[in-house]
Design a protein. Structure first.
Ligand code: CTP
Ligand code: MG
Length: 229
């Protein structure tokens, strides 16, 4: 049986958020944001190990006590200049543990509201899949294309459009090679697509949001508090 592992890219600076420290360390529901993210993965029984990929310049990680996350957590200071580079470096760090056919779940540090139900849906729906896939949500709003003067140039059909989230789950060997060959992508699925394969879309919901701007942090906190976390 293939095993499940997770990689959490956490080497970003949070430029769009604009806080004093990288957004993954901002306090939310009583803990650093990334604590909630890592806790969801470490609590998941089917995930054997979790690599968190930090920037070589990270000065915040060591200031916190992470021991309550348990023994699955591995810390590596090998983040790169882009998210794809951080993930690729994390995959290399996992090389001695992971076999080609093992599943690798890649999950943004900045998505703290991942649930056990979402993880179970992803793992269950992809268990027999030849390619793997991603959590995603069908686009709900009407989409407008803007012109240079910020006026509506066109209404774009939203049929068949989904918003990609994480975790994104692919076989270790396939993902390692796809990212090495297509380093310019913004998510793992992009590399898999560039390699000629078609990732499956597994439906999640909008509570699995990515914290990008300050309003997202407040929303994520309300979601966590609403669950009693
Ligand atoms: N990430 C990373 N290495 C990078 C850039 C991003 O590991 N060189 C991680 C971030 O820490 C985050 C995830 O990838 O958990 C998603 O990226 P994003 O939301 O864009 O975070 P940042 O890059 O930190 O934010 P910004 O783009 O606003 O600077
Ligand atoms: Mg970024």
């Amino acid at each position: 049986m293939p095993r499940h592992y997770a990689i959490v890219p956490a080497a970003g600076s949070g430029a769009r958020f604009g806080a004093q420290m990288p957004k993954q360390y901002l306090p939310i529901a009583g803990k650093p944001l990334i604590y909630h993210t890592l806790s969801a993965l470490c609590r998941c029984e089917r995930i054997d190990r979790v690599w968190v990929v930090l920037s070589p310049d990270d000065e915040v990680w060591r200031k916190h006590d992470w021991t309550s996350l348990g023994p699955k957590l591995e810390t590596v200071f090998c983040g790169g200049a882009t998210r794809a580079e951080s993930v690729a470096n994390g995959l290399l760090a996992a090389e001695t543990a992971a076999a080609d056919d093992d599943w690798m779940l890649v999950h943004d540090a900045a998505r703290p509201c991942l649930t056990q139900a979402m993880l179970a849906a992803l793992c269950d729906e992809l268990a027999d899949d030849a390619v793997g896939g991603i959590l995603a949500v069908p686009v709900a709003d009407t989409l407008k294309r803007a012109d240079a003067g910020q006026r509506v140039a066109a209404t774009e059909p939203r049929d068949g459009l989904w918003q990609a989230q994480t975790p994104q789950m692919f076989r270790y060997g396939v993902l390692l090679r796809a990212l090495a060959e297509h380093p310019g992508v913004t998510d793992e699925a992009g590399a898999i697509e560039a390699a000629g394969l078609k990732p499956r879309l597994v439906q999640a919901d909008t509570t699995n949001l990515k914290v990008t701007y300050p309003t997202d942090l407040r929303l994520a906190e309300l979601i966590l508090q609403g669950r009693g976390e």
